[in-house]
Design a protein around this ligand. Structure first.
Ligand code: ACO
Length: 371
């Protein structure tokens, strides 16, 4: 079999309309705009309204990515939703997305690697394509961390924002796409960044709610130290594995956690900030959604073009960290009109018919049993 490559041929993002500024936060907790900008670089974040969820943002981003790639949902073989704020423990948010876009041939699962999740998901989807197992994949990073944030805790509520970003990956024999990937973890630091309750270790009880264990807990200082170290290390590893040098990389898209973390990591690599995509000022830390959102904006600003080498690099809870080196390609030259409105409408109809069929089968099965 001739070598296969996994190209990024579509991208899309979605963020809620509602914005919470630092000034708004200063009315809620003991903080100031100056402190937040100085320590993090963040000025505002988008926050989901009551009708928006991780899946609804993921679907918006996914449909936009499908349009860019000129691909139908039924062309997809795999959907990975990377998230730390899934709709439920199960079913997977990826299955909700599969149903709502009508990806009738796709396997779907969630991936939990916190803010590193999108890098992990890109790695797994590209490896599935390169192995010949699948042809087309949809990779989504989506979060509504606002639902897991204690809005009375100034240590954490200033950081996070909601949003989703999606990539379409497609197989080709043309060299390019996701060239190298690095995935690392160190569970000994799991307690530095966690959401302790609601799982099987601490099932939700009145006491866990009273103690606030259903909210994000973080040792910011320790996470900061860890992050600056691994961000530069992982960037270098992905570039070395591709037998390139940092000078061959046109753009770095780091996980948008904290401006000081990113600047320290890039200083360590001697990479000037004009080669680094930053947008955390407007979105805050959208966790696993931050890299695809920043990528969409980099493309819109003309900062990422076909033929460029781009590094995605992230760290997060787990602890986890990782990176990808991607030779950017853009959509394949197969133009076909795809209509997201139609996809949605058809998917809703198909889903309704499937439920109806299941209901009718249940009735018939029940009647047969009674005979
Ligand atoms: N406003 C004003 N003062 C504050 C605030 C605030 N919002 N938050 C903390 N402080 C105070 C602290 O109480 C502390 O006061 P003290 O010295 O009297 O105790 C002081 O400011 C300094 O606190 P530090 O924690 O040392 O502040 P630091 O400069 O480290 O900044 C921050 C804190 C922004 C959280 C930083 O540590 C950070 O960004 N860490 C990394 C966080 C991160 O990236 N998390 C990733 C999550 S990704 C995922 O996987 C979900």
């Amino acid at each position: 079999m001739s070598p296969r490559y996994a190209h990024v041929t579509g991208w899309g993002m979605a963020v809620p309309e509602k914005i919470i500024t630092n000034q708004d936060l200063a009315k809620m907790v003991d903080t100031t705009d100056e402190w937040i900008v100085d320590r993090t670089g963040i000025r505002q974040r988008h926050v989901a309204d009551e009708h928006q969820t991780t899946a609804s943002l993921a679907v918006e981003a996914a449909l936009r990515a499908l349009i860019v790639a000129s691909l139908r949902p039924s062309d997809l073989d795999l959907i990975i939703v990377s998230t730390s704020s899934p709709e439920h423990i199960f079913p997977a948010t990826a299955c909700l997305v599969q149903d709502r876009i009508g990806a009738t041939k796709a396997g779907a699962f969630d991936l939990s690697a916190a803010c590193t999740g999108f890098v992990y998901a890109l790695t797994l989807a590209s490896q599935a394509i390169k192995s010949g197992a699948i042809q087309n994949a949809l990779v989504i990073g989506a979060e509504t961390l606002s639902r897991l944030t204690d809005w009375k805790d100034r240590n954490t509520c200033i950081l996070f924002g909601d949003g989703a970003g999606a990539f379409i990956l497609q197989a080709s024999e043309e060299p390019g796409g996701v060239l190298t990937s690095v995935m690392r973890s160190d569970g000994s630091g799991g307690d530095l960044l966690s959401l302790p309750a609601g799982g099987s270790r601490h099932p939700t009880t009145l006491q866990t709610v009273y103690d606030g264990l259903h909210y994000i807990q973080m040792n910011g200082r320790e996470v900061f130290r860890f992050a600056t170290r691994v961000m530069s290390q992982a960037t270098r590893e992905a570039v070395d594995a591709a037998q390139l040098t940092l000078a061959d990389v046109q753009l770095i898209v780091p996980h948008q956690a904290n401006q000081r973390i990113i600047e320290a990591a890039m200083r360590g690599l001697d990479i000037p900030m004009d080669r680094v995509m930053m947008n955390l000022e407007r979105y805050g830390n959208t966790s696993t959604a931050s890299i695809p959102i920043a990528t969409c904006e980099a493309i819109n600003q003309g900062r990422l073009k076909p033929g460029d080498n781009v590094v995605f690099v992230a760290f997060g809870a787990g602890l986890t960290w990782g990176s990808n080196l991607v030779k950017w390609s853009g959509p394949f030259p197969v133009r076909r009109k795809v209509s997201p409105r139609r996809f949605r409408w058809l998917a809703r109809l198909r889903s309704w018919l499937a439920r109806l069929r299941r209901h009718l089968e249940g009735l018939i099965w029940g009647r047969d049993r009674s005979i």
